[in-house]
Structure formats: C-alpha cells, structure tokens
Design a binder for this molecule. Structure first.
Ligand code: HEC
Length: 160
C-alpha cells in the first residue's frame, strides 16, 4: 500500500480513539425554536435518573425528526433530539426553572453512528456550546437508550 495512504489511514483511525461511538456531534443551534415534545421534573432520588439528570427538563425535536416523533416509526438521518436540563428551584410552592445544567443531544446518522443504533450522543455543559462532557457515548448514553430499541432508541413520546 502507498505509504502516504497508509499514514492517512492511521491518522483517521487514531482520530477516532477516545470517542467510541463515532465522530463529533454538533451543537444544536436554535433548538429552543424547535417543537417541544414533553417536560418532566425529576426531584428526588426515588427516580433512577436523579443523580445524573435531576432537575427540570424539556425535550425538543427538530423539523426533520418531528413526523417520526408524532406518528412513530424510525427517525430519518438528520433528526436531532435535545434534552434540555435546568435546575428545578422550589419557590412559593412551585417548581420553577433555574439555570441550565446541561443539554443532552441525539443526532441520527445511520452511517456515522452505526455502532450506537445510528445515533450520535453528546452532552454540553450549562450554556456552553463547546464544553462537551461525554467521553464514551456507548457506556454513558447508549447503554441505557438501548432498552428502547423497539422505539428507535428514543424514550420520549410526543404529548399532543
Ligand atoms: C439510565 C438511563 C439513561 C442514560 C444513561 C441516558 N439517558 Fe437519555 N433519556 C433517558 C430517559 C428515561 C429519557 C426520557 C425522559 C423523559 O421521558 O422526559 C431520556 C431522554 C433523552 C433524550 C430525549 C430523547 C428521548 O430519547 O427521549 C436525549 C436527547 C437524551 N436522553 C440524551 C442522552 C445522552 C446524550 C446521554 C448520555 C450523556 C443519555 N441520554 C443518557 C434515559 C437515559
């Protein structure tokens, strides 16, 4: 094999080390203008997600993923789902939205994210568009979303 080609392939292979489930997921710019799927407050450790995702979250879907979210079926490539997690503050007998803790993102691309059911997973800290927190998407995200295989690895259902 041509030596330059070989070193190029080596660079490509090394570039993928450290992110077990495929290439980088883009920050989902403008997601607050997308369709709102549902919301939920996780406020106590009675809930299994409290440690990792305790707070007030809303789920959003981009226009590409909206038909699958509302009618069912598998999501087409280019679908993006966002889990927007805020602090839940207790105020005068109400739970109100506090500052943003993180956003979790799922991007559908069957080719790029083959190893994780066709979904790329990432989380961005607080309001940051660059501070990524996922180091092993398969272990940190897909291991749990895998249980939803029958629903294209998605938990949320659209609330009409
Ligand atoms: C222990 C299980 C678990 C783990 C680990 C987990 N999730 Fe989720 N995720 C859920 C559940 C349950 C929901 C649905 C929440 C709801 O109903 O409002 C969800 C919802 C989501 C959604 C909205 C779409 C959907 O499937 O409902 C995104 C996006 C998301 N998670 C991303 C991530 C990312 C990124 C990671 C890794 C950092 C991750 N998740 C790790 C259980 C998990």
């Amino acid at each position: 094999m041509d030596r330059r080609l070989l070193s190029l392939l080596t660079i490509l292979a090394l570039g993928r080390v450290g992110y077990a489930a495929g290439p980088e997921v883009e920050y989902p710019s403008g997601f607050r203008q997308w369709a709102h799927v549902k919301s939920m407050v996780i406020y106590s450790d009675k809930h299994p997600l409290f440690g990792q995702f305790g707070g007030f979250h809303s789920v959003y879907v981009n226009p590409k993923g909206l038909p699958a979210m509302t009618k069912g079926g598998s999501f087409p490539d280019g679908s993006v789902l966002v889990f927007d997690l805020l602090e839940a503050r207790e105020e005068n007998g109400a739970y109100v939205e506090g500052s943003r803790k993180l956003i979790g993102v799922m991007v559908k691309d069957r080719q790029r994210y083959k190893v994780a059911g066709g979904w790329g997973f990432e989380a961005f800290k607080g309001d940051s568009r660059t501070e990524r927190t996922v180091t092993d998407a398969t272990a940190e995200c897909f291991a749990c979303h895998q249980k939803q295989k029958a629903n294209d690895f998605v938990y949320s259902g659209f609330r009409p």
